[in-house]
Design a protein around this ligand. Structure first.
Ligand SMILES: NC(=O)c1ccc[n+]([C@@H]2O[C@H](COP(=O)([O-])OP(=O)(O)OC[C@H]3O[C@@H](n4cnc5c(N)ncnc54)[C@H](O)[C@@H]3O)[C@@H](O)[C@H]2O)c1
Ligand SMILES: O=C[C@H](O)CS(=O)(=O)O
Length: 462
């Protein structure tokens, strides 16, 4: 039997081996989820809501244990793992309520002889593929609305971090969500992804991960016209206008950049500071970055854990080297503690200045603790720089001028915009991107629609 060897990115040590699902096991699970959909969709919304609430409560009972496993397999600091468990259950809590608010409507007919009624029904078996950086929240952000809508659900977590997702699915079964309604399979993404997209049993693919993989899944889903939801890559600009509250902007750039060692899809990837404020901003950021503690996520003083693997480490180091070769200056950082043979990869928080647009770091998602700073003259130039990317997930700006703030909100082509706010994510808001950052939204009232078909009934003969 082949297995996934889950290792700790802080030490390289083996955490646990997870059996790889065979093709037969995946096909069997898909058929089970497809067949059980006919039963699960009949369960009334209030019962589905109660089961979701029980799931959330059961996860909270195991919060510390789940968080520790999450840190062991992802490397993120324990405090962040604990926060992610709360974030993950907040999606379940939200959709436990939204399950009871799937309303229809009537439409005034054009003749007394007719009545028109609009209703919604679940799309069917939903197949999800999730990333390693938020192994709990990225799964519940899909499972909760799917189950709330009456869909059955199967997930393949990232090979780096399957343990958290496996445990969450086990807890769902413990509270009475039927095994056939929520399943987990494990293995190599390309292989299982193809089984998902080729299967006639699957009516929807929901994916969170890199844009290239998302594009491939969309292509492979076309043959059977599957619904798709895509939460893809980002390259967030962080704009600081001359009138910004400097302390607030620095406080929030630290959160927006260094959460999960910069490995989040909405991390600030480019900082754009108006020229007159640049020196003060850079000085304050340098002071704050110097206080960050790098280390094993299980140690309570750790604020920056390792990056996930050698491939990611190499990409980040190459971006730093490319930038410095093209004229960027290192304000602080650019220290590494890595041992490829041992299997751990730490990058100390690094700040670059005098960054320019021809540098790779200004075009390619970094997914690491590196903060490149460039400057702009006026807000029109800031908008032009910010929008000059295929991505459109998150953008941030700091200003107290309502005219500047309103202009930036209107002109920035991003699905999530933080105005004096570097931490916009919430289960009650519709998370998602424009352009090549994705399709659809997760969270908010908008996050249920992707799991529903709309139908209308026209009754004649009155
Ligand atoms: N928009 C969001 O909400 C969001 C959230 C988290 C991460 N991301 C993005 O994900 C990327 C980082 O995560 P990652 O490295 O795990 O991404 P990834 O695309 O490499 O992997 C994500 C998932 O896809 C699977 N996969 C890999 N290749 C596949 C293929 N050919 N077919 C089907 N599945 C495949 C992996 O096994 C994993 O489960 C970044 O680009 C980040 O911006 C986006
Ligand atoms: O990395 C992607 C996550 O969606 C970021 S967040 O935790 O939802 O803000």
């Amino acid at each position: 039997m082949s297995t996934i060897k889950v290792t700790n990115p802080a030490t390289g040590e083996l955490v646990q081996e997870v059996p790889v699902s065979t093709e037969e096991e995946v096909q069997e699970a898909l058929q089970k989820g497809y067949e059980y959909f006919q039963t699960w969709k009949q369960v009334n919304a209030h019962e589905r809501s109660s089961l979701l609430k029980a799931w959330s409560a059961r996860i909270q009972e195991e919060k510390e244990g789940i968080a520790k496993v999450m840190t062991l397999e992802s490397g993120k600091p324990l405090k962040e793992s604990l926060g992610e468990v709360d974030y993950a259950t907040s999606y379940i809590d939200w959709y436990a309520e939204e399950a009871k608010r799937i309303y229809g409507r009537t439409i005034p007919a054009h003749t007394e002889a007719k009545r028109i009624i609009v209703s919604h029904q679940p799309v069917g078996l939903v197949a999800a593929i999730t990333p390693w950086n938020f192994p709990a929240a990225m799964m519940t952000r899909k499972a909760a609305p799917a189950l709330a809508a009456g869909c059955t659900f199967i997930v393949k977590p990232a090979e780096e971090t399957p343990l958290t997702t496996i445990r969450l699915v086990e807890l769902a079964h413990e509270v009475g969500i039927p095994e056939a309604a929520a399943q987990c399979v494990n293995g190599q993404g390309k292989k299982i992804g193809k089984l998902f997209t080729d299967s006639d049993y699957v009516r929807k693919i929901t994916f969170t991960g890199s844009t290239p993989v998302g594009k491939q899944l969309m292509k492979n889903s076309a043959d059977t016209v599957k619904h798709v939801s895509m939460e893809l890559g980002g390259h967030a600009p962080f704009i600081v206008a001359a009138d910004a509250d400097l302390d607030l902007a620095v406080q929030h750039v630290m959160a927006a950049k260094f959460r999960n060692a910069g490995q989040t899809c909405i991390c600030a990837n480019r900082v754009l500071v108006q020229e007159s404020l640049a020196d003060k901003f850079i000085h304050k950021v340098k002071e704050e970055v110097a206080t960050l503690r790098v280390g094993n996520g299980l140690e309570k003083e750790t604020q920056i854990g390792p990056v996930i693997n050698g491939k990611s480490f190499d990409k980040i180091v190459n971006q730093i080297q490319d930038a410095t070769e093209k004229g960027a200056q290192v304000v602080c950082g650019k220290e590494f503690n890595a041992n490829p043979n041992q299997g751990y990869f730490f990058i100390h928080p690094t700040v670059l200045m005098n960054v320019s647009e021809e540098m790779t770091i200004m075009k390619e998602e970094t997914f690491g603790p590196v903060l490149p700073i460039t400057t702009f003259t006026n807000v029109e130039e800031a908008v032009q720089i910010a929008n000059s990317t295929p991505f459109g997930l998150a953008a941030y700006y700091f200003t107290n001028d309502y005219r500047v703030g309103t202009y930036l909100h209107d002109q920035l082509d991003f699905g999530i915009v933080g105005w004096n706010d570097g931490a916009p994510s919430a289960a009650h808001a519709p998370f998602g991107g424009m352009k090549e950052s994705g399709l659809g939204r997760e969270g908010g009232i908008e996050g249920l629609d992707p799991y529903l078909e709309t139908k209308y009934l026209s009754i004649g003969g009155f």
